[in-house]
Ligand binder design. Structure first.
Ligand SMILES: NC(=O)C1=CN([C@@H]2O[C@H](COP(=O)(O)OP(=O)(O)OC[C@H]3O[C@@H](n4cnc5c(N)ncnc54)[C@H](O)[C@@H]3O)[C@@H](O)[C@H]2O)C=CC1
Ligand SMILES: N[C@@H](CC=O)C(=O)O
Ligand code: NA
Length: 437
């Protein structure tokens, strides 16, 4: 039994840590929908305190609820801690302390979960508390609960999708209007999509954290952010976007988590985040703005697609509130949410072994025999070519090559060697390709 006492045996008292883009929407919905939430949870859900960095900057919030001391609020007489501050320390310490005292935790903090979900889950299990985090991946989209619960009886083989709203907002704008990268990023921040430090978005850290969480849940294993191969969108140029368009493709930042079965039957997990050219006819190509979409493939269920708003205050608050009602209900009725399921303990496959396809665009000398020389390098690395397109310029020619599947290591070695050839003036663009044309 938890040692937590409620105000009158039924009221569920909530500590809200952070009242920024997401927290303020959670506070609003908690207040505006108090009666409905109470009916759904089986007891009133009461906001007992709100921790913010600067209480004086929040005249819109009830003064008596505000504190700058999040640690003290966590230790006070509350049943549930909703954490919407972000980052690792000092949040990790506060949440561990809450869980160890049997208080349930709802968090949207993917950066923390991608590193410490094992530690947090163990603390929750030991004290019989709940740890819910639906908002941490793909904002409003119910995705983690389906993975943890609805698909618990199936065998998931792949999870792939757009899980970062900020970068999708930027790439969509670059593709449709040729918009400027820096200005579009500023707008994504203004709209509340970007992280406090937007390099987490553009350099792929945010998506890598989400990929780690998805892979852990999908494959019942422990995958951390450092296990995920990560590339952001900073290197995606307007040339890459134009090259993709010329091939009837578009560029998206994808998180790809796969169960890989080796010839001897042993299984491992591959998890990566990088820009990918996908056909414009692919369902993910139509996902614009800050929307997210994730495909899940499972043996019995087949292919499932989850789509919706992946970032922003209100959509993310929707997922937080859903979790809050669930943990409140568990407190009122007795019961627990799903525990960590890491029994499969699959190892993570080194990125260089991952089979993938490349699109390579080269500026080469415009003379006979160049294509044969370039093709020879591909053959030497056992990379087979799926398509070649050549266009003459004045003294140079542009050569576009799309490969068949080959191990990442072979593709990287091929590109490196090609870059050193005298006949190759410049390797203009290298990007991975997903989906059939
Ligand atoms: N903004 C979005 O679209 C989404 C955000 N998230 C996650 O939700 C969390 C919150 O994100 P945002 O609301 O966008 O952040 P934000 O930067 O707008 O708000 C952070 C809040 O935390 C408070 N805070 C910071 N340090 C504090 C401290 N030491 N003590 C007390 N309060 C402190 C700030 O005063 C502010 O109220 C992050 O983990 C983020 O990754 C998840 C999904 C979507
Ligand atoms: N910064 C994130 C917010 C949601 O997780 C994003 O852009 O997706
Ligand atoms: Na979600």
């Amino acid at each position: 039994m938890s040692e937590v006492s409620t105000v009158d045996g039924r009221t569920v008292r909530v500590a809200l840590l952070g009242c920024g883009t997401v927290g303020r929407e959670v506070a609003r919905l908690l207040t505006e929908q108090a009666d409905e939430l109470a009916a759904r949870a089986g007891a009133p859900v009461e906001l007992a305190g709100i921790a913010v960095r600067r209480p004086d900057k929040h005249p819109e919030l009830p003064r008596h609820l505000l504190t700058a001391d999040a640690g003290a609020l966590v230790e006070s007489d509350v049943d549930v801690v909703v954490e919407l501050i972000g980052g690792i320390e000092p949040v990790r310490g506060w949440l561990l302390s809450a869980l160890r005292k049997g208080k349930s935790v709802v968090t949207a903090n993917k950066a923390l979960l991608a590193e410490y979900s094992a530690e947090l889950s163990e603390a929750a299990d030991a004290a019989g508390a709940d740890l819910y985090f639906e908002a941490a991946v793909a904002g409003a989209i119910p995705l983690l609960r389906p993975l943890r619960e609805s698909l618990a009886g199936d065998r998931i083989t792949k999870v792939m999708g757009i899980v970062n709203g900020t970068t999708n907002y930027i790439l969509s704008a670059m593709d449709s209007t040729g918009a400027n990268y820096a200005e579009t990023l500023e707008e994504a921040s203004r709209l509340g999509y970007a992280e406090a430090d937007p390099t987490a978005d553009v350099d792929g850290y945010d998506a890598a954290s989400k990929a780690a969480i998805l892979a852990s849940l999908a494959f019942h294993s422990r995958v951390t952010a450092s296990d995920v191969h990560r590339e952001g969108i900073a290197g995606v140029s307007s040339f890459d976007i134009a090259a993709a368009k010329a091939l009837g493709r578009t560029v998206k930042l994808l998180a790809i988590c796969e169960r890989v079965t080796a010839d001897d039957g042993t299984e491992s997990v591959s998890a990566r985040v990088h820009p990918v050219m996908i056909p414009r006819s692919h369902p993910l190509a139509a996902v614009g703005g800050a929307f997210n979409a994730v495909f899940v493939e499972a043996d019995a269920a087949g292919e499932l697609m989850f789509y919706g708003q992946g970032a922003g205050g209100a959509p993310t608050a929707s997922a937080v509130l859903g979790d809050l009602v669930a943990v409140a209900r568990n407190r009122v009725l007795g019961g627990r949410g799903p525990r960590e399921s890491a029994h499969a303990a699959l190892p993570v496959r080194p990125h260089l072994q991952t089979p993938t396809r490349y699109h390579i665009s080269l500026d080469v000398a415009d003379r006979p025999g160049v294509l044969a020389q370039v093709a020879h390098v591909f053959a030497a690395h056992e990379v087979s070519i799926a398509a070649v397109r050549q266009r003459d310029r004045t003294s140079t020619a542009s050569l576009v090559i799309v490969t068949h599947l080959a191990p990442e290591a072979a593709l990287e070695a091929t590109v490196e060697e090609i870059g050193k050839m005298d006949v190759v003036h410049e390797v203009v663009s290298v990007m991975r390709v997903e989906g059939e044309d």
